[in-house]
Design a protein around this ligand. Structure first.
Ligand SMILES: [Cu+2]
Length: 185
């Protein structure tokens, strides 16, 4: 259950408590005919798993998480957002080559990531990643942090990522060098 959905639900409850109760009483079996075409539940979160997920160790600022998303369902699944208690904000990023100098720039990926039906999508250094924009606490090597993945149908699932040292790659996943201009705008 995503935080934002819960927040909306709470507001709705405050504003229309009586109306909601009336609706429940009038239509107690409204959802019982929900029969998906797939044998698996229609919720994206029930079809997606993640493996080999990890996140770069960092003391503060930014970090990035990687791993392989697997879709066991008959339909493509769209990852549209992510969150973690370790970061004030998590964004889905892609890395693109700058036309000018060939420098790599990362930026929020428009529309999120699509995981093909019965397929997988790998987030890896140099490619797409989950960007932890503003760490609330240090990510220490060997510890773990939860990451909640939110899909286009509003369903979500939470995975646990291992914190690892990572020094490779040309991309700057933490503001340790320069002024972080590589992060684009
Ligand atoms: Cu990034």
């Amino acid at each position: 259950m995503s935080v934002s959905f819960a927040g909306r639900a709470a507001r709705a409850r405050r504003l229309t408590a009586i109306a909601a109760l009336s609706a429940l009483a009038l239509f107690p079996v409204a959802c019982s005919s929900d029969s998906g075409s797939s044998a698996i539940s229609g919720k994206a979160a029930d079809q997606v798993s993640m493996n080999d997920q990890w996140i770069k160790a960092a003391d503060s600022g930014m970090s990035a998480a990687f791993g392989t998303l697997n879709n066991a369902g008959d339909q493509p699944v769209q990852l549209v957002a992510a969150s973690s208690p370790a970061s004030a904000r998590v964004e889905i990023h892609e890395v693109v080559a700058d036309a000018a100098g060939g420098d790599k720039t990362m930026r929020p990926k428009e529309g999120g990531l699509t995981i093909p039906a019965h397929g997988s999508w790998t987030l890896e250094p140099g490619g797409e990643h989950l960007m932890f924009m503003d760490l609330k606490q240090p990510l220490r090597t060997g510890s773990e942090t939860p990451i909640t993945l939110v899909f286009s149908d509003g369903s979500s699932t939470t995975v646990t990522a291992q914190v690892r040292d990572f020094a490779g790659g040309k991309e700057n996943y933490a503001p340790t060098t320069g002024d972080n201009a590589a992060h684009g705008g």
